[in-house]
Each structure stands twice: as C-alpha cells, then as structure tokens.
Design a protein around this ligand. Structure first.
Ligand code: GDP
Length: 297
C-alpha cells in the first residue's frame, strides 16, 4: 500500500518523532511532552494522543521501553493496537446483503459504491444499486454511469421522490432477481441532521420489514483529506445510524490518514476499505498492521 510515503502524513510524523528522539537522549517526562506535542499537531487529536502517551508512560514504568530508540517501535505497536478491530475490518460475507452508503456530498460515496460493486461482482456476486439520494438529480445520474461501468442494474426514481420508496422497489427487484448484494446510495445533508436521521430511520424500517433475512452493513464514507472534519462527521453520523464500518477515501496523494487512529479509538469504528484513486480498482481492503507499519516506513 502506498500512502504518499515521505510526502504525506506518515512520513512527516515518522521524521518528527525521529527528531524528538534524537534531541532527547534520555527517557523522561520531557521526551513524553515533546512526543505529545508532535502527535497532537499531526491530526491524531487530543484524546487519542493522551491514550498513546499514557500507554508509553506505563511501558516505560514497566521497563518494556528502556532506550529512546525503542520509543518509535512502541508507538507503532500502540497505534496498530488502537486501529485493529479484528474481523470487523472485513465486509460481511452473508448473502443477501444490503449496504447503505452514508456520508456527506463530495466525500466519494458514489465512487466508492462503484468500486465496491465492481469488487463484489469480480468475486462472483450479483449486485444491484439503489439511487436513494433523490435530493440531487446529479447523484442518480452519476450512479447510473457507475452502474453501466460495472455492468449492474440501478433502481432509480425521479428527483425528489421518497428515498424509502426507492429502497422498497430495489428490495422487490433484488428479491425477484436473487441479487446477492444491494448497495444503496443515500443523501448526504448533514446540515439538516433531523431530516437525515428521520430518512435513515425510515429506510432502516423499510429494509427490516421488507427484507428481514438480509444481512446489513451501514458504511460511512469519509474523505481523509478533511482531517478533523471527518472526525466530527463520524460522531454526527454515528448518532444517526448504526455505522458498521468506514470507507476512508482519497488516501492517495498527501491525505492525512491520522484521522483513522482517532476515529478507531474514539468511536470504536473499523475501517473496511480505503480509496486510493478515482478509478474502479482504486479500492483496497484495510489492513491495520500494514497501515501502522506504513507510518514509519
Ligand atoms: P459523493 O458526492 O460523495 O458521491 O462523491 P463522489 O463519489 O462524486 O466523489 C467526489 C470526487 O472525489 C470525485 O471527483 C471523485 O472522483 C473523487 N474521489 C472519490 N474517491 C476518491 C479517492 O479515493 N481518491 C481520489 N483521488 N479521488 C476520489
């Protein structure tokens, strides 16, 4: 996996931690203070930084760390532990599966739907898309384009239609055609939280009533380049929907993947996929160990 290497967040963080360790040849509170500052100013967030520093302090006390040179490795191990959610990183393999894709406009929701549809199809599953973002006409059109690209059907109503009615129709069609994976786009208007919450509640109700036997995933799409904003979105959406995993987009280039650490730690959310480009194959399964290892490449 490439995360922008030295240019990006990880390269910088690694170098900055290295500088601190070089400047502080003894393990003491001053070293911890400097590391704390590096972590806080690198997008990791206050609360998670505190967790990392506390863990470091206890590792020093128990003499697991004796030399400053061990500090970097230990930070890597602590971060790997914080982001590793075990089996929850995998997309549910039970079929039929209904995936609700949630997230604010521009985050990469439609693109991620296309990529996940392509991946599922390549694995031999039958896939259908539902254009339940009826708020923006362009959203449905864009989804149609992805449907054609991947070669899967898209259930779509007119602009302004009830999103739950789209879901209802899509479920009937998916049942009739024995579809394995139904992926549903949803509107991303965080400005109107009550509306969004009501809409998601209604969709969930329709799915529960019409297709109780279907397995479920509610994937939150977050743009890695938005840094701390992504963290507040995770918080907001977590209150509105039962999020089962994250798709972290735009991790190609110089994206600040540090937010993953914060989101995993503060909201106990598992990242399932990362987006690494605009193309159909630019989706990778998230591997916490590889990700944490990449921090100190
Ligand atoms: P939506 O409004 O959430 O549906 O967002 P879109 O799927 O339309 O994506 C918004 C923009 O981000 C588009 O130009 C996409 O090509 C781009 N995009 C989406 N995912 C990625 C990614 O992983 N990497 C990069 N570089 N661009 C992406």
């Amino acid at each position: 996996m490439k995360f922008g290497k030295k240019k990006g967040f990880f390269g910088r963080l690694s170098e900055r931690i290295g500088d601190v360790i070089l400047a502080r040849p003894t393990i003491d509170e001053d070293l911890l203070d400097d590391l704390e500052e590096v972590l806080i100013t690198s997008d990791i967030g206050m609360e998670t930084t505190m967790h990392i520093i506390e863990q470091l302090r206890s590792d020093i006390k128990s003499e697991r760390i004796r030399e400053p040179e061990q500090v970097k490795e230990q930070i890597k191990a602590i971060i790997a532990g914080l982001i590793d959610k075990g089996e929850r990183h995998k997309l549910c393999q039970d079929m039929p599966l209904i995936i609700l894709m949630i997230g604010i406009n521009g985050g990469g929701k439609t693109t991620s739907i296309g990529k996940i549809a392509y991946k599922c199809k390549k694995e031999g599953k039958s896939v259908m898309l539902a254009a339940a973002d009826t708020f923006r006409a362009a959203a449905g059109e864009q989804l149609e384009i992805w449907g054609q690209r991947v070669g899967v059907n898209v259930v779509r109503h007119q602009e302004g239609a009830d999103p739950s009615a789209v879901i209802f129709d899509a479920i009937q069609s998916a049942k009739a055609k024995n579809i394995d994976v139904l992926i549903c786009d949803t509107a991303g208007r965080l400005q109107n939280k009550k509306n969004l919450m009501d809409e998601l509640t209604k969709m969930n109700k329709v799915i529960g009533r019409e297709y109780p036997e279907a397995a479920r995933e509610n994937l939150l799409v977050l743009d890695a380049t938005t840094g701390k904003n992504a963290v507040s979105q995770a918080k907001e959406f977590n209150e509105s929907a039962d999020i089962t995993g994250i798709v972290l987009t735009k991790l190609d280039g110089t994206a600040k993947g540090g937010i993953v650490i914060t989101i995993a730690d503060e909201f106990d959310m598992a990242v399932k996929f990362i987006g690494v480009g605009e193309g159909i194959e630019d989706l990778k399964e998230f591997d916490p160990k590889e990700f944490a290892g990449g921090i100190f490449d």
